[in-house]
Ligand binder design. Structure first.
Ligand code: ZN
Length: 246
């Protein structure tokens, strides 16, 4: 942390120019409180090639000075993070018992008395936070969905997907043009942004093709209200990502 990183800037969620605060991405209570090494993609490829690679040491977990206080503490911290952390902790504890040898493709998860709308709003907040403010400018429906607690629904060309992730290398992928080879046989178009950090992979596609049966779509959660309490049953693919492994 340096003084420069505490600068006034554009909040990636609401788009307002404000004092920015450190946002844990994902939230601290979702297994993101330990120190880690953060590589850019170019430096990570050097590491994979056995070369020396530069990294930033993140002593208190992964995150950035990317959100204003209201989006970080009030909207995220009060409205959405508590729900997200319940899901992360319950599902994360079940994930620990799942073999990591590739023998299991998906896990069926049941959750009772949860509020899916709040969970999915935190997912969208995180995906906004790993992108530059221009991404939110280009897709105002995402901003409205997070900044307005009662806002329901997303445009029909938006797709949200959830998977289980227990890999060693977490990664955040800002909006990237959809490529023909990524998970679909349909022609390439649209974009994808993705965050993989145990226990979840969260992905958003815009104008992308419908993903195959292996994906677990969660877009419909966006139609629920913030106080709607549901029982959900999900078939979550294990270590499935829209973008292939690096
Ligand atoms: Zn904000």
């Amino acid at each position: 942390m340096t003084p420069a990183r505490k600068a006034i800037g554009l909040c990636r969620v609401c788009g307002e120019r404000r004092q920015l605060t450190f946002e844990h991405i994902p939230p601290r209570c979702a297994f993101n409180a330990e120190s880690l090494k953060s590589y850019t993609l170019a430096e990570f490829w050097k590491l994979q090639a056995g070369e020396r690679a530069r990294y930033a040491s993140e002593q208190r977990g992964a995150g950035e000075y990317a959100l204003c206080t209201e989006c970080n503490s009030t909207r995220g911290g009060t409205w959405y993070v508590p729900e997200f952390c319940i899901w992360a902790q319950v599902i994360g504890s079940q994930l620990q018992a799942v073999p990591t040898d590739g023998s299991i493709a998906a896990v069926r998860i049941g959750l009772r008395h949860v509020r899916p709308a709040r969970f999915v709003k935190q997912v969208v907040s995180m995906l906004l936070a790993i992108n530059e403010p221009a991404f939110g400018d280009d897709h105002p429906a995402l901003r409205q969905f997070v900044t307005e607690l009662d806002r329901r629904g997303l445009p029909t060309n938006h797709g949200l997907y959830l998977a289980l992730f227990n890999g060693d290398t977490a990664r955040s992928l800002p909006a990237t043009p959809w490529l023909h080879s990524l998970g679909s046989t349909e022609p390439g178009r649209g974009l994808v942004t993705e965050l993989s950090f145990p226990p979840f992979t969260c992905a958003l596609t815009i104008d992308g093709p419908r993903l195959g049966r292996d994906a677990c779509p969660i877009t419909d959660f966006a139609h629920l209200g913030p106080e709607d309490v549901e029982e959900v049953r999900l078939r979550l693919p294990l270590n499935w990502t829209v973008v292939p492994d690096l």
